[in-house]
Design a protein around this ligand. Structure first.
Ligand SMILES: Nc1ccn([C@@H]2O[C@H](COP(=O)(O)O)[C@@H](O)[C@H]2O)c(=O)n1
Length: 289
């Protein structure tokens, strides 16, 4: 049905179920579809030429807006908390306080740097942010089909938006839910707005945005893209859902985490740096439109 499902990087625990869901989505067509995606390491690449690619936080952390001392502290936080984030031997409940601590400490450090809003665009331009191969077809096809793309990110919303804008992809069907910076009247970062979003509380974020999902209440099929087990709850605010086809990018600690990803995602993409499968599914669902 979809040749990309047979790529070596694609693994599934129940191929028949996946094919049934895709067929059902095809019957409903693009008018019944919405796409909910994580940003960092899902729409962006995990690695390029053997080097890790930056998250939206890293784009700012590594920039000229951050002092060397602060860079060191942010790196120490990353080295301490990232292994906890991806540790398959701990439960989500065990990880939660550590994630809140990481994000809170990192955001407080960023606030101390008195970051200027007007320099963010330049920082993104000078960064090594990289979207996955096939990103343009993905964004443009969704725009052409009028399919909403909701990006749920525990990263930095201002940076996420800037990356998408600079690539010419911020089409009117794209909405970003994320951690947004609050700037004072001089354009200096003074706080973060709203409730903190980290890797494992996206369900709360999704439910807080229920009103937005209500606008999409006639779109009963969801294509969900994520890279962590926390991303699985991103569609929890969707009403009258018929199919949620969950595609998970397994980027890091692949062997260790494969079982848990296979148990939770319908399709797991192992070290796959492309949007090929999502693009192929969209082509199929839209009947070649
Ligand atoms: N200070 C931080 C905090 C988090 N990260 C990483 O960003 C990713 C964002 O989360 P998503 O679930 O939306 O992908 C997360 O995976 C953290 O590893 C960071 O780099 N710096």
């Amino acid at each position: 049905m979809i040749p990309e499902l047979s790529k070596p990087s694609v693994i599934m625990r129940d191929r028949q179920r996946v094919e049934e869901m895709i067929q059902s989505m095809h019957r409903a067509g693009p008018g019944g579809l919405q796409v909910i995606s994580d940003f960092d390491m899902t729409l962006t690449r995990f690695a390029y030429n053997g080097q890790r690619c930056p998250t939206s936080h890293n784009i700012l952390d590594n920039s000229k807006l951050i002092s060397e001392d602060c860079k060191k502290s942010l790196k120490e936080l990353l080295n301490k908390y990232y292994p906890i984030e991806i540790d398959s031997s701990r439960t989500v409940e065990e990880k939660l306080p550590h994630m809140v601590e990481w994000w809170t400490k990192a955001h407080n450090l960023l606030i101390q740097q008195k970051i200027r809003k007007d320099l963010l665009a330049q920082v993104v331009q000078e960064s090594e942010a990289m979207l996955r191969d096939g990103y343009k077809e993905f964004f443009d096809h969704l725009r052409d089909l009028n399919v909403p793309l909701l990006i749920f990110s525990a990263g930095l919303g201002d940076v996420v938006e800037e990356v998408v804008r600079q690539k010419g992809l911020f089409h009117s069907n794209v909405r970003v839910f994320s951690n947004y910076m609050d700037f004072d009247e001089n354009g200096i970062l003074r706080a973060f707005k709203g409730q903190l979003i980290h890797t494992y509380n996206k369900r709360e974020g999704a439910l807080l945005n229920e009103a937005h999902f209500h606008e999409l209440k006639d779109r009963h099929n969801v294509l969900l893209l994520g890279d962590s087990l926390g991303d699985l709850t991103m569609a929890d605010g969707v009403q009258n859902v018929e199919n949620v086809l969950k595609i998970g990018y397994l980027n890091d600690k692949v062997e260790e985490r494969k079982e848990s990803y296979l148990a939770s995602y319908d399709i797991v993409l192992e070290r796959d740096e492309t949007m090929d499968l999502a693009n192929a599914i969209l082509r199929h669902v839209s009947g070649g439109q």
